[in-house]
Design a protein around this ligand. Sequence first.
Ligand SMILES: Cc1ncc(COP(=O)(O)O)c(C=O)c1O
Length: 401
Amino acid sequence: MDYRPLLARRAAAEVPALFRAGAATPPGVIPLTYGFPDPGSFPIQGLIEAAGRMLRASGREALQYGPIAGPAPFLDLLVAKLRQEGIRVTHDHLVVTAGGSQGIDLITHLLVDPGDAVVVEAPTFIGALQTFRNAEADVHEVPLDGNGLDTDVLASLLQRLVDSGRRPKFVYTIPTFQNPAGVSLSLERRRALVDLAHRFGTLLIEDDAYSELRYDGTASPSLFSLDGGGAVFQVRTFSKILAAGLRLGYVVAPPALLPRLLQLKVDVGTSPFATHVAAAFAGDGGGTLDRLQGHIETLKGVYRVRRDAMLAALAEHAPPDVDWTVPQGGFFTWLTLPPGGDAAALLPRATAAGVSFIPGASYFARGDGRRHLRLAFSFLPPSDLAEGVRRLCRVIGSPER
Ligand SMILES: Cc1ncc(COP(=O)(O)O)c(C=O)c1O
């Protein structure tokens, strides 16, 4: 059959080969590519116990279809969790989603018509770029530095867009432990960003996938709390702090927009089973968050050691003129090659030498970023990270033949 006349006009954007499901790592290659959580840290026994306890107590609800926004006990848990972070919300702000990914997707559906301007950091999360491209958004970039998104450049861009009658629908930002760059937005810039959103009448999507995983330094307030919630959607996930396979996340939305988001979420409830298991695990049956908090502390210990192993190996082996970010949390560091360097051209040589990474260009909407590459320290044990970095640095330091 000729399917072409049947397909929607809106085309799905091309997914870079490295990100396609099942993209395998050749044997003998240490993958510094995967931003996956450490599988050894999944609390399997705790989840088995929580699932058993939960099914005995509330199996009939957990195995039934559920409310679109999420079951009330899970929303209660989110309200309590956010209150611990200084974010005051009610159920009227919350929708549970299939990971942060669905949150970004729903917000994009709500706001973006083909051709609409949106603004992203450069570099930014590849999944968000894919979502905005699928929606046929006109994606504009603002560069990052060690203090996060450059709000002066953003201000000029917003002015230009508004002057030309193209007010962007939103600025998508990952202010804390950015993926892929590992940097965080300074407090001063957080304030500036919220002010800009109000001044130019645009919304902010604050993708906060990593803030719970802080290894040192002190936290800045979220954009949502600085704003009070009128201009900010905060996108959250349990993927990094509990289990990515549960596919659980949530959006903290301006209450006036929440009903519109719920209209678009046609799924008869994000897995009620997963939400009930997560709630049972989080409080160990006691209705608190103690168990989840304890688990997050354990994860911070695991990932801090991994980050330190990667940074120590870079300090030991990196050739002069190679630069990298020092993340205070999250899963990534971002490497900058010496002038003239090309990460995509380096990759085949690195793979032949037994290490892989993701070249920076994948994280830019307009294909820049040749000199950059992302290294993930979340997935592998410290000895593999050290050996992978040693191999990579040897390739960077050896001239191309
Ligand atoms: C910045 C960022 N946002 C969102 C996500 C989405 O994750 P999930 O859909 O598993 O919550 C990720 C995952 O890698 C991420 O790094």
